[in-house]
Write a protein that binds this ligand. Sequence first.
Ligand SMILES: *Cc1c(COP(=O)(O)O)cnc(C)c1O
Length: 399
Amino acid sequence: MKNPLAYLSAQLDELKRTGSYFRLKELESACMPVSRVDGKDVINLASNNYLGLANHPKLVEAAIEATRKFGAGSGAVRTITGTMAMHMELERRIARFKHTEAAVVFQSGFTANAGTVSSVLTPDDHIISDELNHASIIDGCRLSRAKIHVFPHRDVAAADRILTELDSVSAQKLLITDGVFSMDGDIGPLAGLAEVAERHGAIMMVDDAHASGVLGRNGRGTVDHFGLHGRVQIQVGTLSKAIGSLGGYVCGSQDFIEYLYHRARPFLFSTSHPPAVTAACLAAFELLEQEPERIETLWSNTRYFKAHLKERGFDTGASETPITPILVGEAKTAHEYSAALFDEGLWATGIGFPTVPKGKARIRAIVTAAHSTSQLDQAAEILSKVARRMGIGVGAAGA
Ligand SMILES: *Cc1c(COP(=O)(O)O)cnc(C)c1O
C-alpha cells in the first residue's frame, strides 16, 4: 500500500534541498553557560535562560520538595480538580509583582497568548498587530477569526492610521505588540502604542516573553520599564525563559482574568502544571525580588559582549537587549557559520528566511547573567576567528 504520508517526506526533501533542514542538537548537561551538547563542551549563547535560574539550587530544591509533598502531576485541568493551593499562590504572587489586580497562569507562554487573544475577540472584531509579533499571537489572532490588520514593524503612526480608519466601527479593537522582539532584540514602542490605543478606544496588549525578568524594575517587564502602569490592559509574560521553568501568565483586571478562567480554551481543556513547575516559579519570583543584582549582571554582560563585538566590526542590528543578532546576509551563510562556530566550541543559533526576512540571516547570540566575562571574551574571539576564516562579511572581521 502506498504510504499516505509520503507527501511529507517530499517536503522534507525540499527542506534539505534549500538548506533549512535541521537535526535536533541533544543537550547532555543542564542548560549552563558551558553546556555539553552532542558529546562536546560548548559555550552556550543559544538559550533563553537569561538569569541562569533554570538550574538555580533554590528552584531545584523547591521543585523536589513540592514533588515529594504533592506528587509528580496535578491530575486534572484547573476547572476540575487541577487547581492546587500553590497554583493560586503563584497567580497572586505574579499579580502583586506586576501591580495588577489579578493574574492567570497557563501551561506555556504560547497557550497564554493563543488562549487569550482567541477568547477575548469575535469574528466581528479587529486586531492591529506588529508584523514581527510572535507565532503564538498570530495563531491566537487566527483562532479568534477577527479581522487582522498588520502594521510595519514598530510603526506607531501606521497603527494610528489603521485605527483611525476603524474609528466608525463599533466592534472591539485590540492593538498588540511584543515587548521585546525575539529575533532582533529591539523593544516595542509601547508608550506610543498605548497612547494610540487610548485615543481610539482600543484594548492594549503586550507579550513580554523576552522582557519578563529582563526589563523593568526587578524584571517586571516593559510596562514597568516605560512607566505605563494602568495603561496596558493585557500583559502576557512567560515563566519559561528568564524565570527558568515553564509556563505563561496573563495579568490584568480581576474581571478580565475571571473571564479567562471561564473562556480561555487552554485553561479549560489542558491539564495544569505539575507541583514542581509551580514551586520552581514561586522560588524564581522570590529571587527576582530579593536578588535583583542578577538582572544587573545580565545587563552588564550584555553591554560588555556587544561592545566587544562592535570593536571587532560586527553588525548587531537594532538590538537593545541581551538578544544579540549578528547579521551575515544569506541563510546558507548563517547556517554554515553556526555549524563552524559549534565545531570551535560556541553554540549560537543560525536563523534565516522565513523566520527572518531574506538577506537578513543571522547568528543569534543570547547573553545570560551566568556567563563569565572570560567566556564572553572567548565567544567573541571564536566569532571573529571563524568569520575571518570563512570570509564572512561582518565589517572588520577581515581586518
Ligand atoms: C518564547 C515566546 C513565547 C512562548 O513562550 P513559551 O513559554 O516558551 O511557550 C511567546 N511569545 C514570545 C515573543 C516568545 O519569544
